[in-house]
Design a protein around this ligand. Structure first.
Ligand code: FES
Length: 119
C-alpha cells in the first residue's frame, strides 16, 4: 500500500489507487476542503507536494488551475484529481479550520471526476 505523509501530521498507509482527497480525509484525518465535491471546479482541495508529485495531470486539473491563476505554482496540485499510486508527501494547506466555511463540501465519489483525460 502506498504511504501518504502529511507534513506535521504523520504517515499513513492508503489503499492503492484511492483518490488523494478521500485518503486525506479517511486515512489521515485531515479536515481537507473539497467544496465542489471533487469535480475540478473549486481548487479548495489543493495541496502542496513535497515529494512524490505525480507527473501526469488531468485536463480538468490543468484547466481549472489555469483559470484560477494557479498554474505553475511549484507543487500545487488538486487532490481530487490525483490517485494514490505511489508514496507521496504533501502539505495540507487548504483546511476547514480557519477557512470560515461551514463545512468541507460534500464527499467526492470514489473515482476521479470528470472521467480523467490526461493533459
Ligand atoms: S477542485 Fe473542487 S474538490 Fe477538487
Amino acid at each position: 500500500m502506498p504511504k501518504l505523509t502529511v507534513e506535521g501530521v504523520g504517515t499513513f498507509e492508503v489503499p492503492a489507487g484511492k483518490r488523494l482527497v478521500n485518503a486525506l480525509v479517511d486515512e489521515c484525518g485531515i479536515d481537507q476542503l473539497h467544496a465542489c465535491g471533487g469535480v475540478a471546479r473549486c481548487t479548495t482541495c489543493r495541496v502542496e507536494f513535497v515529494a512524490g508529485e505525480p507527473t501526469r495531470m488531468t485536463s480538468a486539473e490543468k484547466d481549472v488551475l489555469a483559470a484560477k491563476g494557479l498554474a505553475g505554482q511549484k507543487g500545487l496540485r488538486l487532490s481530487c484529481q490525483i490517485a494514490c499510486d505511489g508514496d507521496m508527501t504533501v502539505r495540507a494547506t487548504s483546511r476547514l479550520a480557519g477557512s470560515g466555511r461551514k463545512d468541507c463540501g460534500h464527499r467526492p465519489g470514489d473515482a476521479i471526476e470528470p472521467p480523467p483525460e490526461w493533459a
